[in-house]
Design a protein around this ligand. Structure first.
Ligand code: FBP
Length: 272
C-alpha cells in the first residue's frame, strides 16, 4: 500500500506541490507582493496547470473552493497549521481530521513536524494518528519536516536536513518536504537518508527566476523528486510562466538555463 498511496499526487514519480497555506502560517503579508493572490480562486486556477501535481491548502479553503475544482485539481489537505501570531516554541494545531479531509475530497494529507521543538513528542504522536488514519483510507502522506526550536542550532545545515528527511522515512511519510540544505551534496545526502520516501524541496521566500530554477535543478539532480512551493510561484507577476519553467526542469529534466530560454521564447511567440 505504501508505495501506491502517493501516486495521486505524483506524475511520472515526480512531485510539484503548490502550497497555499500562507494566509494562516505567515498572514496577509505574503499576499502583498501580488495583492490579487489573497483571493484563493487565483491559486485554485493556477493549480489547474499541468505541472502542479497537488494543491496544499487548509480545510477552510478546501471547503469553500474545492467543490468548483474537484475535477481539475488534486487536493493535498494540510491537517495542521498555526499562525505567525503564536510566539511560543514551534508547534502546530491539528485543524482537521483525516476522516474529514477524506470527506471533502482529499487525495493526500499534509502534516508539519517540528523536530527539535519542545513539542516534538506531541507532534509525532499526532502524526502517528494522522498517518495510520490516512493509511486506512489509502491517502498519501506528506510530511513538512522542519526541524526548528530549542533543539536545533541550524535549521538548514546538511546534518539537520538529512535528519529531517530521515524522520519522514522513519515515521512513514510518502513524501518529505525539506528546506534546501545549501548544496547539491547535502541534498543528495538527505535523499539517501530518506530511502524510499520521496524528498521534495521547499520553495522558500521569493528569489529571481534564474536563482530559483537553478536551485530546483540542483535539487532534482541530487535526487529530489520535485518541489513544494508557494511564494516563489504566487508572488511573481506571471506565476504561469514560472510553472511552465518548473515543468521543464522537474518533469522534462531540462536545465534551468534551457527552461528559462524556452519559456521566454513561448512568451515572445504569444504575448498576452
Ligand atoms: P514557500 O515555498 O512559500 O516557503 O511555501 C512552502 C511552505 O511550506 C508553506 O506550506 C508554508 O506556509 C511555508 O512554507 C512555511 O514557511 P516557513 O518555513 O517560513 O514557516
Amino acid at each position: 500500500m505504501k508505495q501506491n498511496a502517493a501516486d495521486a499526487i505524483t506524475r511520472d514519480g515526480k512531485v510539484l506541490i503548490l502550497a497555499y497555506d500562507h494566509g494562516l502560517e505567515h498572514g496577509p503579508v505574503d499576499f502583498e507582493p501580488n495583492p490579487a493572490t489573497a483571493d484563493p480562486e487565483r491559486i485554485f486556477d493556477l493549480a489547474t496547470h499541468d505541472a502542479v501535481t497537488a494543491l496544499a491548502v487548509q480545510k477552510g479553503l478546501a471547503e469553500a473552493y474545492y467543490p468548483d475544482y474537484e475535477s481539475d485539481v488534486t487536493l493535498l489537505l494540510k491537517l495542521n497549521g498555526t499562525s505567525n501570531l503564536w510566539m511560543g516554541e514551534p508547534d502546530s494545531a491539528v485543524n482537521c481530521s483525516v476522516e474529514y479531509a477524506d470527506e471533502i475530497g482529499a487525495d493526500a494529507v499534509g502534516f508539519t513536524l517540528y523536530g527539535g521543538s519542545n513539542h516534538e513528542v506531541e507532534m509525532a504522536e499526532e502524526f502517528r494518528d494522522a498517518h495510520e488514519d490516512a493509511r486506512e483510507r489509502d491517502l498519501g502522506v506528506v510530511m513538512w519536516s522542519y526541524p526548528r526550536g530549542q533543539g536545533v542550532k541550524d535549521d538548514t545545515s546538511s546534518g539537520t536536513i538529512a535528519y529531517a528527511a530521515r524522520q519522514g522515512l522513519e515515521l512513514g511519510a510518502d513524501v518529505a518536504k525539506v528546506k534546501y540544505p545549501g548544496s547539491p551534496e547535502a541534498m543528495a545526502e538527505a535523499v539517501r537518508m530518506a530511502g524510499r520516501t520521496k524528498v521534495v524541496m521547499s520553495g522558500g521566500s521569493k528569489t529571481d527566476d534564474r536563482q530559483f530554477l537553478e536551485t530546483v535543478e540542483a535539487a532534482v539532480d541530487a535526487g529530489a523528486k520535485g518541489l513544494a512551493v508557494g511564494r516563489n510561484v504566487f508572488q511573481r507577476e506571471n506565476p504561469t510562466e514560472i510553472l511552465d519553467a518548473l515543468e521543464r526542469v522537474i518533469f522534462e529534466e531540462r536545465s534551468a538555463e534551457e527552461a528559462l530560454r524556452l519559456t521566454r521564447e513561448d512568451a515572445e511567440a504569444s504575448p498576452e
